[in-house]
Design a protein around this ligand. Structure first.
Ligand code: NAD
Ligand code: DAU
Length: 341
């Protein structure tokens, strides 16, 4: 089986590629990634000599290129993760979110249809549902009410994928997950940003009153759910994935400070994010009942391990935050692949 993973050099994508190579070693994983600021080949340095993982640099918006990759590698299934993923950036500059998340997804769906791909897994987000009040949880039939340019673009791509199923008969499964945490997350998102700032004794910016709630999911639990959805999900269905770990942002920030031994005086309450969703919570009963998925990590243990990883891997985050290194690494990596190939 030949799998195309898009966005395989990002946070979730790199964890997924690693899991696929471990759990399905007979599969070839073709990793198509544009290497934006968020994509780093170093996230997969341990697979450097693994010939079952093929990295291809390119843009999902490039119709011809995507078609060529699918033909050349005889792709059987697509796991689509490539996206602009950060809400704050979507507020500052929405256009690239429409370009990559909407147009890029459409190009990929169309190429998959033309290539005769047997399954297309669309990795969507719980942000398509908008915000919850103090009680309740999102189910797969909750209304779609995205708030930010990011979540609106993801809702569009999610619905395009379902449209390609209903209209053109493409075999599509959609997953909608909550906030992921774990190793290799770019230090712009809450958890790694707070660790990095705390280690530098820099202020920790908490938006609004810090009482916004997210439902945290360990990235490895998410990736196992994606593999299950790919192999066992029903065509045309949506599956919510959530870790069952609702926490207020301020609780997480305080927990991180305690883990790295820094004072709470570093906390700074700052101006709120415009349109900030108040609370997310996922009801994962469908994926649990139908596909037998269950998260293996508890949040407290997973957070402690994640914080420890960032403390122990300061070289990683210092390098990925530097574009010059990324260009250098890319050249070296490609040269090595060509030498082998
Ligand atoms: P990320 O920002 O860490 O990685 C995105 C990857 O996509 C990067 O490697 C980047 O280089 C690549 N990419 C961006 N534009 C591209 C383009 N035009 N062509 C090819 N590659 C491109 O994102 P992430 O946090 O790993 O999220 C992965 C997916 O999961 C996204 O679709 C995101 O919407 C979704 N998701 C993420 C979370 C989360 O908590 N991180 C939760 C729910 C859903
Ligand atoms: O819910 C799934 C979504 O989770 C994914 O679809 C997105 O790709 C992913 O980025 C994430 O979105 P969030 O906006 O929830 O993640 P972020 O880490 O940016 O913020 C988490 C919470 O922390 C949110 O309530 C905003 C708050 N926050 C964030 C940052 C970066 C702060 O208070 N201060 C900060 O500096």
């Amino acid at each position: 089986m030949n799998i195309l993973v898009t966005g395989g050099c990002g946070f979730i994508g790199s964890n997924l590629v690693r899991l696929l190579r471990r759990e399905r070693p007979e599969w070839k994983v073709v990793n198509l990634d544009a290497l934006t600021y968020a994509g780093n080949l170093e996230n997969l340095i341990d697979l450097e000599a693994d010939r079952g993982h093929v990295f291809v640099r390119g843009d999902i918006c490039d119709r011809e290129f995507v078609g060529k990759v699918m033909r050349e590698h005889a792709i059987d299934a697509v796991m689509h993760l490539a996206a602009e993923s950060h809400v704050d950036r979507s507020i500052l500059g929405p256009e690239v979110f429409v370009q990559t998340n909407v147009l890029g997804t459409q190009r990929l769906l169309e190429a998959s249809r033309q290539q005769g791909v047997k399954r297309f897994l669309m990795v969507s987000t719980d942000e398509v549902y908008g915000s919850l009040g103090p009680t309740g949880a999102f189910t797969e039939t909750s209304p779609l009410q995205p708030s930010s340019p990011y979540s609106a673009s993801k809702t569009s791509s999610d619905l395009l994928a379902l449209a390609w199923h209903h209209t053109f008969g493409l075999d599509v499964v959609v997953t909608r997950c909550s906030n992921n945490y774990g190793r290799y997350q770019f230090p712009e998102k809450l958890i790694p940003l707070m660790v990095v700032n705390a280690l530098h004794d820099k202020p920790l910016p908490v938006y609004g009153d810090g009482a916004n709630v997210r439902d945290w999911l360990h990235v490895e639990d998410h990736c196992r759910a994606l593999l299950l959805a790919l192999e066992k999900g029903r065509a045309g269905e949506v599956y919510n994935i959530g870790g069952g770990a609702e926490r207020k942002n301020i609780e997480i920030v305080k927990a991180i400070l305690a883990l790295v031994g820094k004072p709470e005086s570093l906390i700074r309450y700052v101006k709120d994010r415009p349109g900030h969703d108040r609370r997310y919570a996922i009801d994962p009963s469908k994926i649990k009942a139908e596909l037998g998925w269950t998260p293996a990590h508890t949040f407290e243990q997973g957070l402690a391990e994640t914080v420890r990883w960032y403390v122990d891997n300061q070289d990683w985050w210092k390098r990925v935050m530097s574009g010059a290194y990324r260009d250098y690494f890319d050249t070296q990596y490609r040269a090595r692949l060509q030498a082998e190939g």
